[in-house]
Design a protein around this ligand. Structure first.
Ligand code: PLP
Length: 374
């Protein structure tokens, strides 16, 4: 006799969530299309193609046997290394399992039904997911024509119900940036009850001079948290290490209350510390990214395809064709990108800037994909 299935009711908020849509993993594409995994290039998740610092891999090797131990939940050594690197006190820092987890701390700590969270449209999707998870309401504000945040419109969208405002700078998925002057005006326009989350996952890639010094707002003791990550330029995405910086003791307290113990793994913490000690990792990665950006921009201009000028390690471009079809054509040629339809851009794709070889592969595959008629 089979056991009758009685389903346990779950929270109503769950049905409102569209799960995060990650870039396709290489192994999955290889399985689905019968391709050799080593022939596939993934340019879908804004990972650093140069890989981590050799100092980070050495540190991991040296600490491999430590995986039997729980990590330091307080992230003491990593906070000290970051404090020295950023010139802020170590007790302004909170470590997360990626900056995604810092967003989760804020959502779980601050949001409930009736609360509003202001974000760009399209937002980086985890802002919306973490908001919906708590039964709160995302208030999405259309980006400007240049694909940067419309900070004036976002300030106007703030109400007494607003708890958090997210500003990804540079933004993902567009790569566009808001300037220091724009952010300054925005910070001053926000009412004090609102927490401004400045998400700077890609800040190390920025080359424009008018990029904001967001730590100045932290130092002023404003209701601000800056989020950064080791997933992008430090190439440690698989280890999941991110962090938040705020001078607000009450915010840190709330986040610590909701954090799981042992969230950031010990190998990740050691690798992050070692990465900070490598003076070459950032300049080497920026130089490769700038060269890739110049190559891709020139190739797209030659092909007559519009793209958003980027301050990041990815490019959003308009293929002028339905993006799913272009995506499939690229996949067949072993190149994984991200489709723009998930962001509301049905003819666009987002491509991570790769090595010179990967970028050339992408352009050749894109030319063939756009010419293909099946
Ligand atoms: C704007 C932005 N913020 C945050 C993240 C999350 O990064 P992680 O959780 O790996 O630190 C990403 C990752 O793609 C991102 O693009």
């Amino acid at each position: 006799m089979s056991t009758p299935v009685v389903k346990t009711p779950y929270r109503a908020a769950i049905d409102r969530i569209t799960p995060y849509s990650p870039g396709k993993p290489i192994e999955e594409v290889a399985r689905e299309l019968g391709l050799d995994p080593t022939s596939i290039v993934k340019m879908a998740s804004n990972e650093n193609p140069l890989g981590p610092s050799p100092k980070a891999t050495e540190a991991m090797a040296a600490h491999l046997r430590d995986v039997r131990l729980y990590p330091d939940s307080d992230g003491y050594e990593l906070r000290r290394a970051l404090a020295a690197h950023l010139d802020v006190p170590a007790d302004w820092l909170i470590i997360g399992r990626g900056s995604d987890e810092v967003m989760h701390f804020l959502a779980v700590g601050y949001l409930e039904a009736g609360d509003e969270v202001v974000m760009g449209d399209p937002p980086f999707s985890m802002y919306e997911i973490s908001t919906l998870l708590m039964g709160a309401t995302p208030v999405k504000v259309t980006l400007r024509a240049d694909y940067a945040h419309d900070l004036e419109a976002m300030a106007k969208a703030v109400t007494p119900a607003t708890k958090l405002v997210y500003l990804a700078n540079p933004h993902n998925p567009t790569g566009a940036m808001n300037t220091a002057a724009e952010v300054e005006a925005f910070v001053r326009a926000l009412p004090p009850h609102v927490i401004l989350v400045l998400d700077e996952a890609y800040c190390e890639y920025v080359t424009r001079e008018d990029y904001p010094d967001s730590l100045q707002y932290v130092r002023e003791g404003r209701n601000v948290i800056v989020m950064r990550t080791f997933s992008k330029i430090y190439a440690l995405a698989g280890l999941r290490v991110g962090y938040g910086i705020t001078a607000r003791a009450e915010m840190l307290q709330v986040m610590r209350q909701v954090a799981e113990p042992f969230n950031a793994c010990n190998l990740g913490q050691w690798a992050a510390i070692a990465s900070l000690a490598d003076p070459d990792q950032v300049p080497r990665s920026v130089a490769a990214n700038e060269a890739g950006k110049a190559y891709l921009s020139a190739a797209l201009a030659r092909m007559g395809l519009p793209y958003v000028p980027t301050q990041s390690n990815f490019l959003l471009l308009d293929t002028r064709q339905p993006c799913r079809a272009v995506f499939s054509q690229l996949l067949r040629r072993g190149v994984i990108v991200r489709t723009g339809d998930i962001f509301g851009y049905p003819t666009m794709i987002r491509v991570t800037i790769g090595t010179a070889e990967e970028n050339a592969r992408f352009i050749a595959a894109l030319e063939a994909a756009l010419a293909a008629d099946d």
